[in-house]
Design a protein around this ligand. Structure first.
Ligand code: DGY
Length: 320
């Protein structure tokens, strides 16, 4: 029986699968576990099942001890984990690819529609009981048919977003490290371009790349200036990929038409300038927030933990 520490509340079915075989110390509150508590709990753990609200860094690894075999993140992104430190200590890191692709692509598409059609702004009018009437020129948005969607980071979620946008009549361009296979490009009608080309050609730019040192502030003042004044920026990946202050300024100065954000540079804090802007749609990191998806994420992380503790290979290793 190994000790497994679960750093946040996860669906019961996943917790039960761990508890049926091992000793599990699980945080059962909806709010994130305080750091001091985390540092106490991880002592002696063989596996840490982590949520992205917990930073799993060298200090946590050292506190845990040399018996620590794996950190199984309940997320596809793993920028909350110091993967290099884990690698050096031969601690496996796993994530949950695949199971949140559709849910996140749905949210990206929703943000594309919310920003271009001014849906949050319209909803505020109703809720605030402001006067309104149907009008020929009242609250006009922008149609997305025949417009260009630029996808930054054409991985699974980028592809699923492109598929949705394609069915809405959008043309797809994309940038990523390597070009996709030609058949996939053809099926999406997608064209491979450089980041600069993408920024200047897109009517909507949607971010889907992982966050790393290389993608920190990938979209900052200079890149925002390359976008069309009529273009929208959507981010469902990680907040710090966008320089939030530069984005707020670009929105205030109408250098771009709008932004739809699910993620923020310093979550849960949101740049205060954004809060009063009608051309910013702001939602609280809901990309994977469906019952089905969160259950699948937690059971995937649990399965990784169980396999590793059986001495088997991880199902979803982030390094090998
Ligand atoms: C992930 O899995 O990385 C998502 O951001 C969680 O919502």
């Amino acid at each position: 029986m190994a000790k497994i520490v679960v750093t946040g509340k996860i669906p019961q079915v996943a917790l039960d699968s761990l508890k049926s075989v091992h000793e599990v110390l699980a945080w059962d509150k909806e709010t994130p576990m305080p750091r001091e508590e985390l540092l106490k709990r991880v002592i002696g753990a063989e596996v840490i099942v982590s949520l992205l609200t917990e930073k799993i860094d060298e200090e946590v690894l050292n506190k845990s001890g040399s018996q620590l075999k794996a950190v199984c993140n309940v997320a596809v992104g793993y920028n909350n984990i110091d993967v290099n430190a884990c690698k050096e200590k031969n601690i496996m890191v796993t994530n949950t690819p695949g199971v949140l692709t559709d849910a996140t692509a749905d949210i990206a598409m929703a943000l594309i529609l919310m920003t271009t059609r001014r849906l949050a702004e319209g909803e505020r009018v109703i809720r605030n009981q402001e006067p309104w009437a149907w009008g020929m020129f009242y609250m006009l948005g922008t149609g997305i048919q025949n417009r260009t969607l630029g996808i930054i980071g054409m991985g699974q979620i980028g592809i699923a977003t492109a598929q949705r946008a394609q069915s809405f009549g959008m043309n797809i361009i994309y940038t990523r490290r390597n070009r996709m296979d030609e058949k996939l490009e053809q099926s999406l009608g997608a064209k491979f371009v450089t980041l600069d080309e993408l920024l200047s050609l897109s009517d909507v730019v949607s971010i889907h790349c992982p966050y790393s040192k290389e993608t920190h502030h990938l979209i900052a003042e200079a890149q925002l200036k390359k976008m069309k004044k009529s273009a929208y920026l959507v981010n469902t990946a990680r907040g710090p990929i966008v320089d939030e202050e530069a984005l707020a300024n670009a929105l205030i100065n109408k250098e771009i038409a709008g932004a739809g954000l699910d993620v923020y540079e310093n979550e849960p804090t949101v740049n205060s300038k954004l809060l009063s802007l009608d051309n910013a749609v702001l939602i609280p990191h809901l990309g994977s927030a469906t019952v089905e998806t969160r259950t699948a994420m937690a059971t995937t992380a649990a399965s990784n933990a169980l396999e590793i503790l059986k001495g088997n290979k991880a199902l979803n290793p982030v390094w090998s």
